[in-house]
Ligand binder design. Structure first.
Ligand SMILES: NC(=O)c1ccc[n+]([C@@H]2O[C@H](COP(=O)([O-])OP(=O)(O)OC[C@H]3O[C@@H](n4cnc5c(N)ncnc54)[C@H](OP(=O)(O)O)[C@@H]3O)[C@@H](O)[C@H]2O)c1
Length: 164
């Protein structure tokens, strides 16, 4: 997971930098709302996304002088293959609350046009991200653990049983 979510963006961005300097362009790193607080039961995922968020924001400042915008895109739950692949079966209500990929991409491109280094699509996710940032980190971890515990192994489909 860390290879895909952390090492690959790092490697790709550094390899593309010379070209970006020469021809222009931007870097959009897909983090997550999971980046804003520790995520018990998704500990590695959330910690990797926190790296991506902070690294992208720092890089945005470093590359400002070169005119290369870097965006940390932090979507909330979105309708993709991710839940099925992770073996999670969402309830009808949760399924209905998922954002569409199109809405996330629109928010990202709008943010890019306005030069925003941090884009959190959707008002619910913005509230979550802001609140998480104001709580003491240990409280945020406890609270997020209470929420995420609902999605632990007992709610996984047989395909994912045995996944640690
Ligand atoms: N969906 C959400 O609710 C949500 C919310 C926040 C952030 N995100 C982030 O959005 C990004 C895209 O996820 P998604 O929701 O679009 O999930 P997805 O539909 O499951 O797509 C995951 C993508 O990652 C690729 N991938 C997975 N393991 C890989 C590996 N070991 N090597 C190379 N490629 C690999 C897959 O390639 P193949 O198709 O070739 O397997 C696929 O293109 C992820 O970074 C995810 O963390 C998603």
């Amino acid at each position: 997971m860390l290879q895909v979510n952390v090492a690959a963006p790092l490697d790709l961005t550094s390899r593309l930098l010379p070209e970006l300097r020469e021809r222009g362009g931007a870097v959009i790193n897909v983090a997550s709302v999971s980046a804003f607080q520790p995520t018990p039961y998704l500990a590695t995922y959330g910690a990797g996304k926190a790296f991506l968020l902070n690294w992208s924001l720092a890089l945005h400042e470093e590359l400002r002088a070169h005119g290369i915008p870097v965006q940390a895109l932090c979507p909330g739950p979105t309708r993709t293959e991710i839940f099925r692949r992770a073996g999670l079966s969402l309830g009808e209500k949760e399924e209905a609350g998922l954002a569409t990929v199109e809405a996330v991409v629109r928010a990202s491109l709008r943010g890019l046009a306005h030069g925003r280094p941090l884009v959190v699509p959707g008002w619910r996710n913005k509230v979550l991200a802001t609140c998480s940032g104001t709580l003491p980190r240990a409280w945020a971890a406890w609270l997020s653990g209470r929420v995420l515990a609902r999605y632990r192994l007992k709610q996984l489909t047989p395909r994912a049983e045995g996944v640690q």
